[in-house]
Design a protein around this ligand. Sequence first.
Ligand code: CP
Length: 317
Amino acid sequence: MHEIFKDIDADRARSFVGRDIISPLDFEKDEILFLLDVAKRFETFREPLLPGSILAALFFEPSTRTRLSFESAMNRLGGSVLGFADKGVSSVAKGESLNDTIRVVEAYCDAIVIRHPLEGAARVAAESTERPVINGGDGANQHPTQTLLDLYTIRKEKDRIDGLKIGFLGDLKYGRAVHSLVETLCHFDVQMTLISPQSLRLPAQFRDRLTETGISFTEAEEILPAAQDLDILYTTRIQQERFPDPLDYERVKSVYTVDRSILPKVTSELTIMHPLPRVTEISPDLDDYPRAAYFRQSANGVTVRRALLALVLGGIL
Ligand code: CP
């Protein structure tokens, strides 16, 4: 084991080897914190830990950050990546099932990251192979590696997670990044403010989970005054591709735009996050606000995914 990992819990590290990363609910709080601690070491650690390893990146939906940051992470670890970024160029276009696709691809790689429009597709993929499968986003369901980089960003920007007041703004109904992060934050001592139009409220199953775990939350439709005392405002895109009726999207597509005019009305400590891509919900005039963290957030994706791949493929043992 390299010097920089000498003091980590080796048994804990071993428990990640070969593991599927499908839902944040599959992880205990200690495991999440362990992963974040390992990721921190990758800020300065640059050595290739996975020479010869191959990651298959199967993207059945568009992506910039998730696909390219996994690719960057794997390349920086000395491994390589194969796959597709458009289902139209795979044999799925000829009618091949997901199960068959995974059973074929497993022979070509050591791990698989999959993004798919259907909720539960990553779980189905994981059940089709012995290779570790990482969920890169399944429909409106979950986006666990986004959550890991979000938590990493929160800790880096705020030095803590416990005790924070965190607001979620925008499409809380279809936003999988929100769903994953909200569920994971149930492990922590946080307060939440859920800001959305009525039609895009956080689904009942997630609100019930907040209630069950004793997380204090309020709901609002307007940004202010709801956001005025927050430590973090996690903004999200209205997920056009998930609306069954395009007219419903038209009604809400421009419902929120956060711009510099908000700054005098909120605490000077307010950190603004966004999983990106953004459309109109954050004005570019906020980009040079020092606590606009969204581009740092997406950059953290490479660090966190390097740690995750190194753990899952046994590179740090
Ligand atoms: N945040 C995120 O998942 O971005 P992409 O859709 O570009 O991967």
